[in-house]
Design a protein around this ligand. Structure first.
Ligand SMILES: [Zn+2]
Length: 399
C-alpha cells in the first residue's frame, strides 16, 4: 500500500474513534445512591461523551470535565444530605465544554465509567465515590493535575538569529547588515523570554559567527524545543518592497524533509535519537515513514497557528509584507517534531525599513511583538506538562 493511503486510512479511523465532538451531548439529569461503602453519582446523557476527572485538595474537590457537552438538567434537587458531597457547581469552559465541580467534605477514592444505553436507560456517566478509609485496594484517580506532582516544566523556545560570521545576510544601501540586526532582535527576545516565568530560551548563536542551516535544526531538536523561531530581515530587487512576513514549512518542503530523514535513518544516522519524541529506530520502514509523515503534518499545522498568532502581534508594530503566513521549503524549518517559523522582520533593502531596523527602539518593539505572539500561542496551546498548563488548571479549578 502506498504510504499516503495508509496515512489517510489511519487518520480516518482516528476520526471515527472520537465521534463525540461532532454534536454537543446534553447532561440531562443527575441521580444519587448511597450505600455503606460508597456514594454513586450518575449523570444521564443524551449521547456518549469524552471526559476526564481530577481531584484538588485544600479544600477537597472533584472536577469532572466533559468535552463537547452542555448542561440541560438541574442538579439543585439532589438530596446531598450527609454525603461526602457538600455542593455541586457547574460552568462552561473552553469551546463548549462543561466542568462540574463537586465540593467534598473529605478526600475520596474515585471509580468512573461510561454505560451505553441498556434496559430503557440512555447513556450514563457513573462516578463511585468511595470513602478513603473503606478502600481495600486503592483506585488511582485518572488524573490529579492539581496535586503537587503536576510537572511544571518550562516551555523551551530556541531563537535562531539568521546568518552570522562570513554570511552577512542582506546588506542595506548604507551598509546595514541583516546578521547584526537579527542578532540584536533575537537577544532582546531571549531576554524578554527569560524574564517570563514558565519559559526557557536558547539562542542558536549569541555572537557574530556562522552556523550551518542543518546545525540550527539539530540545536533545536537537541534542546527538545517546544518551538523554533528563526529571525531574519528581507532583501528584494524591488526597493519599495517593505514590511514583515512570517513563513512556515510548505508541504513540498515537508515531503523532501521526510525523504531526507528517512534516508539518514537508512544510513544509520541517529538523528531521531532515543530522547526524541519520534523514536523510530525499531519501527519497520513503512510504519516509520507514516509516523514521520503524521508528525510532519501535525508540526506544520502547529507552525501555521503559531505563525499567524505572531503575525497578528507584529501587525501592531510594523507594516506587513504578507497578510497571511507564507509557506516555503526553508531548510531551517525542517524539524519533523518542533513547530518552527521564520520571521522576516522587514526589508533591509527598503530605505525606510532598514533605517528603523537598526534603531534600538524598533528592535525592542519587534522583540516585544514576537514575545507577545509566542506567549499568546502557548497560553492557547500549553504543553500538558508545562508550568503554563499547571497555572491554567489552577485558575480553571476556581470555578
Ligand atoms: Zn535572512
Amino acid at each position: 500500500m502506498h504510504r499516503r493511503h495508509l496515512l489517510n486510512l489511519m487518520l480516518a479511523s482516528a476520526a471515527l474513534a472520537f465521534p463525540f465532538s461532532v454534536s454537543a451531548t446534553q447532561i440531562r439529569n443527575a441521580r444519587l445512591w448511597r450505600s455503606d461503602d460508597k456514594l454513586r453519582l450518575v449523570f444521564d446523557l443524551s449521547g456518549p461523551v469524552s471526559y476526564k476527572t481530577f481531584t484538588l485538595s485544600a479544600p477537597d474537590r472533584l472536577i469532572i470535565d466533559l468535552s463537547g457537552a452542555s448542561l440541560s438538567g438541574d442538579f439543585s434537587q439532589l438530596a446531598l444530605g450527609e454525603t461526602v458531597i457538600r455542593s455541586i457547581r457547574s460552568g462552561h469552559f473552553g469551546k463548549g465544554d462543561t466542568r462540574i465541580v463537586l465540593d467534598l467534605n473529605r478526600p475520596v477514592q474515585l471509580n468512573t465509567f461510561l454505560l451505553a444505553p441498556q434496559d430503557g436507560q440512555g447513556h450514563r456517566l457513573v462516578l463511585d465515590l468511595l470513602s478513603d478509609s473503606k478502600v481495600a485496594t486503592p483506585i488511582v484517580p485518572r488524573e490529579t493535575p492539581g496535586k503537587t506532582n503536576h510537572p511544571k516544566r518550562d516551555i523551551i523556545v530556541v531563537v535562531d538569529p539568521g546568518h552570522g560570521g562570513k554570511d552577512p545576510g542582506a546588506v542595506g544601501a548604507k551598509g546595514e547588515r541583516e546578521k547584526d540586526v537579527v542578532l540584536s532582535i533575537s537577544q532582546l527576545l531571549a531576554r524578554r523570554l527569560k524574564r517570563e516565568k514558565g519559559f526557557d530560551v536558547k539562542l542558536v548563536r549569541n555572537d557574530d559567527f556562522f552556523v550551518p542551516l542543518r546545525k540550527r535544526v539539530d540545536i533545536a531538536r537537541q534542546h527538545k524545543a517546544d518551538m523554533f523561531i528563526s529571525v531574519h530581515a528581507d532583501a528584494a530587487p524591488r526597493l519599495t518592497a517593505s514590511g514583515a512576513s512570517v513563513y512556515c514549512l510548505s508541504e513540498g518542503g515537508a515531503t523532501s524533509a521526510t525523504a531526507r530523514f528517512m534516508a539518514q535513518r537508512e544510513n544509520g544516522a541517529d538523528l531521531l535519537g532515543a530522547t526524541s519524541l519520534l523514536n523510530l529506530k525499531d519501527k519497520d520502514p513503512m510504519l516509520a515513514g507514516v509516523i514521520l509523515d503524521m508528525s510532519m503534518n501535525a508540526t506544520i499545522a502547529a507552525s501555521l497557528q503559531l505563525g499567524s498568532t505572531v503575525l497578528g502581534s507584529l501587525a501592531g508594530i510594523t507594516t506587513l509584507h504578507q497578510k497571511r503566513v507564507e509557506q516555503a521549503g526553508f531548510a531551517v524549518l525542517k524539524s519533523p517534531d518542533v513547530p518552527s517559523i521564520l520571521v522576516e522582520t522587514g526589508f533591509i533593502s527598503n530605505a525606510r525599513d532598514s533605517q528603523r531596523l537598526v534603531t534600538a527602539r524598533h528592535q525592542q518593539a519587534v522583540a516585544d511583538g514576537l514575545f507577545e505572539g509566542l506567549q499568546r500561542y502557548f497560553q492557547k496551546n500549553p504543553p500538558a506538562d508545562s508550568y503554563i498548563a499547571w497555572q491554567q488548571e489552577q485558575q480553571q479549578a476556581r470555578v
